[in-house]
Every structure is written in structure tokens, then in C-alpha cells.
Write a protein that binds this ligand. Structure first.
Ligand SMILES: [Zn+2]
Length: 100
């Protein structure tokens, strides 16, 4: 983490899009539908490509995270659709430029 982020960061500030990306990655890996390297370096590269293209959903409220309002639920679902639409492209990119 950076110097300033360290000073102000509190554990519950979270980009909820990250969990969606890793959940979708986990689904693809466990279904075994794609052949690609699942080492931590490659998986993190795939996540970074997707996260740079999908809007973040930052949230600091534990309550919101456990029981999201309808508007947040809708955003999370939209985000999941966006992630699903581009995650295979990100996997292709990492397969092509593997650098571990
Ligand atoms: Zn790898």
C-alpha cells in the first residue's frame, strides 16, 4: 500500500467489484472450461485487466455489504454481467503474454 493510503485506510473500505471478478475467475477455474495457467501471477494479471475496464463499486459499510439495498444489488448484477462479458478476453491476453 502507499504511504498516504496507509495513513487513512480502514479495513472496511472495499471495491466490491474485486470480489465479483475473483468469484467469476473461481467459477471458470472450477468448471475447467478454459485451459490457462492458474498460478497467482497469471490469475492476478487477469483480475487486473478486468478491474481496469469495469467500474469500481467502493463501499465502507459492513451493513451494506451484508444486506445491499436494491440499487446496490442492481449495480452488482450489472457489474457481474460486464465482468462475464470481458473476462475471457482478459484470459486470452494473459495466455498470449504470459510473463511469470
Ligand atoms: Zn502463471
Amino acid at each position: 500500500m502507499g504511504y498516504y493510503k496507509d495513513q487513512y485506510y480502514h479495513f472496511d473500505l472495499e471495491n466490491l467489484t474485486e470480489e465479483i471478478v475473483f468469484e467469476e475467475l473461481h467459477r471458470i477455474v472450477s468448471e475447467g472450461v478454459r485451459e490457462f495457467c492458474t498460478c497467482p501471477v497469471c490469475v492476478q494479471d487477469i483480475a487486473a485487466i478486468v478491474l481496469n475496464r469495469v467500474p469500481p463499486i467502493y463501499c465502507c459499510s459492513m451493513l451494506e455489504k451484508i444486506s445491499p439495498r436494491k440499487s446496490l444489488q442492481e449495480r452488482l448484477e450489472e457489474t457481474r454481467e460486464q465482468v462475464r462479458a470481458i473476462i475471457h478476453e482478459a484470459i486470452d491476453t494473459v495466455i498470449r503474454f504470459e510473463h511469470h
